[in-house]
Design a binder for this molecule. Structure first.
Ligand SMILES: [Fe+2]
Length: 189
C-alpha cells in the first residue's frame, strides 16, 4: 500500500481509495495488483511477467505500452549510485513511467505543473504507479536500496530523462516514511 504525503502541509494519506483519488487530481495513476503469488527474490523475470500477464496486457491496451520488463536493483548492484543519480533530480520524459512493485520500495516526488504542492509517494509491493509523460518528478530508493519492478514502455528503445534544472528536488528529504524503513537499531524505539 502506497503512502502519499504532502510535505508542505504534513498531510499523510494511507487509505487506498483516498490515495487513488488524490493522485488522480494530479494525473497520477495508482492501482493495486494481487500479490498473492509465490514470488521471491529468486523468481526469474520471465516467471514474473507470466504471473502478471493478464494485468500487463490490460495495461498495454489502455496505455499504448508495447513492452514490459523487470528491473532488479539491489544494494550491491554495480554503479547503483550513478544510476540513481540520473533519477533523483527533477526531470520529465517523453513517455509514461509505469512501475509495478514486486519487492522493495521507492519514493517518488511529483511537482504538479498546474500548481499545487509537491506530493511524495512511497510505493511498495503490490503498488502500480503510472506517471504520465511530461510530469515533473524525481525518484529515490528507500534505505533498503532494493526495488524489483515490472516496467512498461511505449517506446521499446526506452527513454532518457530531461532535467528541469529547477533545483526543487533539493528541498525535499529523500527519506522514506514507512515504518519498514526505520534502521534496525532504532526499530524498538
Ligand atoms: Fe522518471
Amino acid at each position: 500500500m502506497a503512502t502519499v504525503k504532502i510535505p508542505a502541509t504534513g498531510k499523510v494519506i494511507e487509505n487506498f481509495d483516498e490515495a487513488k483519488a488524490y493522485l488522480a487530481t494530479i494525473n497520477i495513476g495508482y492501482e493495486r495488483w494481487d500479490t498473492n503469488h509465490n514470488l521471491d527474490s529468486e523468481t526469474p523475470a520471465e516467471s514474473i511477467l507470466n504471473t502478471y500477464a493478464d494485468e500487463i496486457e490490460e495495461l498495454k491496451a489502455s496505455g499504448g505500452y508495447v513492452t514490459a520488463d523487470v528491473i532488479d536493483v539491489k544494494p550491491d548492484t554495480p554503479n547503483l549510485d550513478t544510476m540513481l543519480n540520473k533519477f533523483n533530480k527533477e526531470h520529465w520524459h517523453d513517455e509514461d513511467e509505469v512501475r509495478f512493485i514486486i519487492e522493495g520500495d521507492g519514493l517518488f516526488h511529483i511537482r504538479p505543473q498546474e500548481g499545487g504542492p509537491v506530493v511524495a509517494i512511497e510505493v511498495g509491493k503490490g503498488d502500480l504507479l503510472r506517471v504520465p509523460a511530461g510530469t515533473w518528478h524525481w525518484f529515490d530508493l528507500c534505505s533498503n536500496r532494493r526495488i524489483r519492478a515490472i516496467r512498461l514502455f511505449q517506446d521499446p528503445g526506452g527513454w532518457t530523462p530531461h532535467y528541469t534544472g529547477s533545483g526543487e528536488d533539493s528541498g525535499y528529504m529523500p527519506v522514506c516514511f514507512g515504518m519498514n524503513f526505520i534502521p534496525p537499531q532504532f526499530a524498538s524505539l
